[in-house]
Design a protein around this ligand. Structure first.
Ligand code: GAL
Length: 660
């Protein structure tokens, strides 16, 4: 069963008919049909056009466009339109506008102008969602619901009094008593002891650093507050249309929202991805985020938005060169998306996004963009058999939002240079370069299906998580500054690695961050020298063995990387530093785990999905790839064996024969 009842791969994008005279609609749907568009997202920002006064609905235009789309065989991803409260609501209830950390209430005039904790806002969204669900429950075009839009994009948190009240309720639920809160927040530090439940507040802008435990709870709360908005709408949609899938578009690797928790509330995961064409690592970052999307529910997901070319919100908005829209779209398919959807269908004439690219550009159909749109539609039809395919990964990278929030708390850590996304990328890059499939996983998931598990960082680590890691029988690699604090950001007794101490067989006596621009060197036992930046640690070993030592610098001769063999499982490696390129250390762990990769030219990505091997040349030079076996390229129909040559930006999707 696919994500929706639309067969094959989904192709289309955000469609904003309310921005165009109705005469244009007929041309739109005709061109959609010509391009093979089979799904459009409608009504994302149209609350003010759908509910023109409290409880007064104008569904006429939406009825007409849904009918027209259906008549042309195009299905609809209907947004609940709640991402932007209308002027009348804001006028009546100015208190629903969000307040920033410095206490400024933001004005109407953009989007996401709401406080997530506002009961008025939530009630209004639920009312609109119900009205829409009741109106369109039997509409044949409707195949899925799209709640809100990119939660946390502009409004990830709100510091108003309503939010403060909601935060206190959340805290009371978590800690029950003020003693519990005082203890968790360590309020004896800097005289913050609370004596009444009216006192704890959001971490608003203060004269100096705010309490990091308070900030950690605030991040948890803010993710939950937005999730409650989503869930309130979802509940109504499920009540009225129980058989229609409900999703909301994620924003790739986003720190603000705990996507493990969010994904559990969705029927399927959908994502918006905007790799920057000017960033040489764009495809790497995209691959990592797509693997996260695939891992969130361990099933196919949907790329719900991407840019056909340039975006409009970077300082310089570089277009995608010919072939790159196709390349990026097929990359998402390779990593588990069941379609390629775009922002947006027709390029706007007005508003902040009038220069954002679209499948149908200002210039119309006699354009490079439109020709690429048509070609992509044809390619997606050729690849219909990819839909539903899954990926089996033998390697997992651990990712935990609590830990991420703790690690990136401002002004309270030994260094602010440990950034989780970069740490993930540094391990992901060498795996990706060899075409090794990677899942992302939370530390408390059953990891027994993997051969190698890498925890780039687990700053916050609970005894339960440590026990889960200890129970994992395969090869394990743990990155620096792990096992430092508990769930309340309190340093574990005895210091790092806290609950991981026995598993790793060592103690971290002191973190030893490295200043910007300075490099250090470590040498492995076989004599390989590696450059280290940003971070090192003074390690003292219990029953681990050093496999690399520092050479020179303040830690000269001390252990830098360790290995502990477990009597009943694979080895555990710990890095008390950040090698610029961890590939040599990784190679050893991969070999021990029995995980093999492919020999790929630089810039070529290889990714398996079901019986399909995707080869994507992200480089600007032709590349030749040795094939692991024969098959047929679904994009050209060519039978292939031996090796294949890929032009710059080209893609091969090799369908391999099932093993007899
Ligand atoms: C997304 C958003 C869309 C559109 C797009 C432009 O963040 O969901 O509505 O603004 O960016 O790139």
């Amino acid at each position: 069963m696919g994500l929706t009842r639309v067969p094959g791969l989904l192709f289309g994008g955000d469609y904003n008919p309310e921005q165009w005279p109705e005469e244009v609609w007929a041309e739109d749907v005709g061109l959609m049909a010509e391009a093979g568009v089979n799904l459009v997202t409608v009504a994302v920002f149209s609350w003010s056009r759908l509910e023109t006064a409290p409880g007064v609905y104008d569904f006429g235009w939406l009825d007409r466009i849904l009918d027209l789309l259906h008549a042309h065989g195009i299905a609809v991803d209907l947004a609940t339109a709640t991402a932007t409260p209308p002027p009348w609501l804001v006028r009546r209830h100015p208190e629903i506008r969000p307040v920033d950390a410095a206490g400024t209430r933001l004005e109407f005039g953009s989007r996401q102008g709401y406080c997530p904790s506002s009961p008025v806002f939530r009630a209004a969204t639920v009312r609109l969602a119900r009205a829409m669900a009741e109106r369109y429950r039997d509409h044949p075009a409707l195949v899925m619901w799209h709640v809100g839009n990119e939660y946390a994009d502009h409004t990830a948190e709100c510091f108003c009094e309503e939010s403060a009240r909601d935060f206190r309720r959340w805290l009371q639920h978590r800690y029950r008593t003020l003693d519990g809160l005082n203890d968790a927040w360590g309020t004896s530090c800097w005289g913050q002891h609370y004596t009444d439940w009216t006192q704890p507040a959001p971490p608003r802008k203060a004269p100096g650093p705010v309490n990091p435990a308070q900030l950690l709870d605030w991040r948890r709360f803010s993710s939950d507050a937005l999730l409650a908005c989503f869930e309130a709408e979802r509940a109504v949609l499920k009540e009225v249309t129980p058989d229609l899938p409900v999703t909301t578009n994620f924003m790739s690797i986003l720190r603000d929202l705990d996507y493990w928790k969010w994904a559990a509330a969705e029927d399927f995961v959908s994502d918006d991805a905007y790799p920057d064409p000017a960033d040489p690592r764009a495809h790497l970052k995209a691959a990592l985020s797509y693997d996260l999307m695939r891992s969130l529910k361990r099933r196919p997901w949907l790329l719900l938005e991407s840019a056909p070319g340039a975006v409009s919100w970077r300082r310089v908005n570089v277009p995608k060169e010919p072939g790159v829209m196709r390349l990026h779209s097929l990359q998402a398919l390779a990593h588990g998306s069941d379609g390629a959807m775009f922002f947006q269908w027709r390029q706007a004439r007005y508003g902040p996004e009038k220069f954002h690219s679209a499948l149908l550009p200002h210039g119309g159909t006699d354009t490079r963009q439109w020709r690429e749109t048509l070609a992509l539609g044809a390619d997606l039809r050729r690849l219909a058999g990819v839909a539903g395919g899954t990926t089996r990964a033998e390697v997992a990278l651990l990712l935990d939002w609590d830990s991420w929030w703790g690690l990136e708390a401002p002004e309270s850590l030994p260094s602010d240079r440990l950034r989780l996304h970069e740490l993930l990328l540094s391990w992901y890059a060498p795996l990706h370069a060899r075409g090794i499939a990677v899942d992302l996983a939370p530390p408390d998931r059953d990891l027994s299906g993997y051969r190698l598990v890498i925890a780039p960082n687990l700053y916050l680590c609970t005894p339960e998580q440590a026990a889960a890691l200890a129970a994992f029988p395969g090869e394990l690699v743990v990155g620096p500054f792990s096992g430092v604090v508990d769930t309340a950001d309190r340093v574990h007794p005895g210091g790092a690695p806290g609950p991981l101490r026995e598993l790793l067989g060592l103690r971290v006596e002191e973190p030893w961050p490295i200043p910007d621009g300075v490099t250090r060197e470590i040498v492995t036992t076989d004599g390989t020298a590696l450059t280290v930046r940003t971070w090192s640690e003074w390690l003292t070993l219990d029953d681990a063995r050093a496999v690399a030592h520092h050479r020179g610098g303040p830690l000269d001769g001390r252990p830098a990387v360790t290995r502990r063999t477990r009597p009943d499982g694979g080895a555990v490696r710990y890095l008390g530093c950040l090698p610029e390129d961890p590939a040599p250390l990784l190679a050893e762990a991969l070999a021990a785990a029995g995980v093999t990769g492919l020999d790929l030219p630089a810039g070529v990505e290889a990714c398996r999905r079901g019986r399909h091997l995707f080869l994507l040349n992200h480089g600007t030079e032709p590349a030749t790839v040795r094939l692991p076996g024969p098959g047929t390229d679904l994009l050209t129909g060519r039978p292939l064996s031996g090796s294949v040559s890929l032009a710059p930006r080209d893609v091969v999707v090799l369908k391999t024969e099932p093993k007899p």
